[in-house]
Design a protein around this ligand. Structure first.
Ligand code: FE2
Ligand code: FE2
Ligand code: FE2
Length: 422
């Protein structure tokens, strides 16, 4: 059994929190997995060229990293990277603003992100000058990154250094309309340095971001309550990926918390398990929408893609919550006591109590929620199915019996819409 962390061990600074959230969000790009972080770094380098002070550079770095937090759909992501201006772009800006407002340390970035696809010439007059600059610099950096990513994919990354100007030339027709002229001029200067482009490569990107974050003195610690709020914000982003997973993570988290109480788990462990519940499916950000929403049985190939999501969750959660069991508990939610689960195929002795609770919470919630291939099941239908799974020796039968004893309360928790707050 893992050691249980103290609340202090879950503290992090705001820059690191933003970086980690971005790493999770970048999963939506599937194979192009660094867009958010690249945009953050480009923003920062251009801000430096523009002579912005350290506070503003730090602000725009975080803004740039978080800019696509309203995108959890892989299809939306594809639209955004393939089209210079896309009619549906505003939706993810509004969603991003909404998510960021829900997590106080990030709410300061919400308004700039709301307008990060608005033309420079169309930015609302009532916005203050700095917000206009933040929003439009993110827009410019975003389009610059898309242009360089397409160029790199077609010509190779070494070619990019020879033809730097070609990338900027693609954006030149939009200067003064989509983008502030000053940003284009700053990019012309900053992009002459090879480092501007080399830093964007995966192997250098995080080093460059961390050097920048460390240099900026913004070590704002997050208490456990804020870490929990961060988990809730991220869970809403994950659940927004598909109408069928609306509130799934939040409800799994609440169910796990309540069931853990029936099992006699300590309050602190229950709260940490709740965070694992909130983020157990964060790896699904990388699962293409068409697989998650397929109304029929998945093909073996689609299934193998789906079965990667616990490992993807683990990777993100280890980065967000190092030295805690959150990544372990979250990433083992598809393990079964008889060894038939995935991805590890653990058996009874290897699966601890919190993981067993989380697995049961996940199954209970998924069965009581509408899915693309079936309607929501009643509580007795849910329990019928779970009873078979328990009898097959796949889930813990003692926990299952506690679920049966408290079926009405748990069903109400599971089907509740909105944030209930445990
Ligand atoms: Fe973007
Ligand atoms: Fe899952
Ligand atoms: Fe799940």
């Amino acid at each position: 059994m893992c050691s249980i962390p103290t609340f202090e061990m879950l503290e992090m600074d705001i820059g690191r929190a933003a970086h980690t959230v971005t790493k999770a969000l970048d999963y939506v790009g599937i194979d192009d997995k660094s867009h958010g972080r690249r945009v953050g770094l480009i923003c920062h380098r251009l801000a430096h060229q523009l002579g912005w002070d350290q506070d503003r550079r730090h602000f725009i770095l975080i803004c740039g990293m978080l800019h696509d937090c309203g995108v959890s759909s892989t299809l939306t992501h594809q639209k955004l990277v393939n089209e210079m201006e896309w009619e549906g772009a505003d939706q993810h800006c509004e969603r991003g603003e909404f998510f960021l407002k829900g997590f106080p340390p990030f709410s300061q970035y919400a308004q700039s992100i709301r307008y990060h696809h608005t033309r420079w010439e169309n930015l609302p007059k009532e916005l203050n000058g700095q917000t206009k600059e933040y929003a439009n610099l993110v827009f410019f950096a975003d389009r610059l990154d898309v242009a360089q990513a397409i160029y790199t994919a077609t010509h190779g990354r070494d070619e990019l250094l020879i033809h730097k100007e070609d990338i900027l030339n693609e954006l030149e027709p939009y200067v003064g309309t989509l983008f502030a002229p000053a940003f284009f001029k700053a990019a012309q200067k900053a992009s002459q340095r090879d480092s501007f482009w080399i830093e964007l490569r995966d192997e250098y990107l995080d080093d460059a971001i961390f050097e920048t974050l460390d240099f900026a003195d913004h070590k704002m610690k997050l208490s456990f309550d804020k870490v929990e709020a961060l988990g809730e914000m991220l869970s809403m982003i994950v659940d927004a990926k598909s109408p069928f997973t609306h509130y799934h993570s939040l409800r799994v988290a609440d169910l796990a918390y309540v069931i853990a109480g029936y099992c006699g788990m300590h309050e602190q462990d229950r709260k940490i398990l709740r965070v694992a519940g909130l983020l157990h499916d964060v790896g699904k950000l990388r699962t293409p929408d068409e697989i998650l929403e397929k109304p029929k049985k998945l093909s073996p190939l689609e299934m193998s893609r789906m079965r990667c999501h616990p490992m993807d969750s683990k990777r993100v959660l280890k980065a967000i919550f190092p030295n805690t069991p959150i990544a372990k508990w979250a990433s083992e939610h598809h393990e079964k006591l008889d060894g038939s689960g995935y991805p590890y195929g653990w058996t009874e002795n290897e699966i601890d109590l919190p993981t067993r609770v989380l697995t049961i919470a996940d199954i209970f919630q998924a069965l009581s929620q509408k899915r693309p291939y079936r309607e929501r099941l009643s509580v007795d239908e849910v329990l019928d199915i779970m009873n078979k799974i328990a009898q097959d020796g796949q889930i813990d039968s003692q926990i299952y019996h506690l679920v049966v004893e408290n079926k009405e309360e748990l069903y109400n928790v599971s089907i509740c819409e909105g944030v209930q707050g445990y």
